[in-house]
Write a protein that binds this ligand. Structure first.
Ligand SMILES: CCCCCCCCCCCCC/C=C/C(=O)SCCNC(=O)CCNC(=O)[C@H](O)C(C)(C)COP(=O)(O)OP(=O)(O)OC[C@H]1O[C@@H](n2cnc3c(N)ncnc32)[C@H](O)[C@@H]1OP(=O)(O)O
Length: 194
């Protein structure tokens, strides 16, 4: 996994918009910066490769609640604005969970306004990833149910840790959650969006 990550950071990758990237001279190789708002999303940007490493860091299982989704969207915006940033590797800081998906407590016993805000944040997360100008790679280093799978699908490339214990998939109907119409339409009938 580590080797693959290194390799993807070094590769000249072609994105969905056809950009081709190459490495900058070695003299610039120490240009790095890090940022995080509430430390649920950690970002390390390496200007020498143009690749940002984004780690979800919301233990114990990286739940995607409103706060984390908002921080994710802000982090994506910052990277999109950075002209040096060409690619993004999305992964988890936890040892066996990429993300356990949406925090189901955000939909349980909450006001319609809160639930609306929450689903808007889910939509924003998907739009930011799927519509990103960066080359996006999901480095799935653990369990990835529900919205974890959705995040991975929204990236240009996916690499999953080679461990039979880890599972990935869209299991939301088992929990009684209906996939939102905008997502199903986009995934199953892309021609409507072209
Ligand atoms: C052609 C293409 C077609 C595409 C079609 C498009 C349709 C796409 C539709 C997509 C729609 C997306 C909608 C997404 C919905 C969701 O994400 S729903 C959530 C789905 N997630 C789960 O079901 C995860 C369930 N959790 C687990 O399986 C395990 O927790 C784990 C991830 C395997 C980790 O296990 P472990 O390390 O043993 O930790 P636990 O003890 O189980 O958990 C720790 C605490 O966290 C709580 N928790 C876990 N998951 C959630 C959750 N999702 N929400 C809220 N809380 C959660 C768990 O209860 C524990 O809490 P405590 O007991 O209080 O400690």
């Amino acid at each position: 996994m580590a080797a693959l990550l290194k390799q993807s950071a070094r590769l000249g990758l072609s994105g969905r918009h056809g950009q081709v990237f190459c490495r900058l001279p070695w003299a610039l190789s120490f240009q790095r910066y890090m940022f995080n708002a509430n430390k649920k999303i950690l970002v390390e940007m390496d200007k020498s490769t143009g690749v940002a490493l984004m780690k979800m860091a919301n233990p114990p299982v990286n739940l995607l609640n409103l706060e984390t989704l908002t921080e994710f969207a802000i982090s994506m915006e910052k990277l999109e604005l950075d002209k040096d940033c060409k690619g993004l590797i999305l992964t988890s800081s936890l040892s066996k969970v990429f993300t356990a998906g949406l925090d189901i407590m955000e939909m349980c016993g909450k006001s319609p306004e809160h639930v609306t805000e929450f689903w808007r944040a889910v939509q924003e997360m998907w739009l930011k990833l799927y519509g990103s100008n960066l080359v996006t790679i999901a480095a799935i280093n653990g369990f990835s149910p529900g919205a974890g799978c959705l995040m991975a699908l929204a990236c240009d490339y996916r690499i999953m840790a080679d461990n039979v214990k880890y599972s990935i998939g869209l299991n939301e109907t088992q929990l009684g959650i209906v996939a939102p119409f905008w997502l199903v339409t986009r995934e199953l009938r892309p021609s409507l969006f072209s």
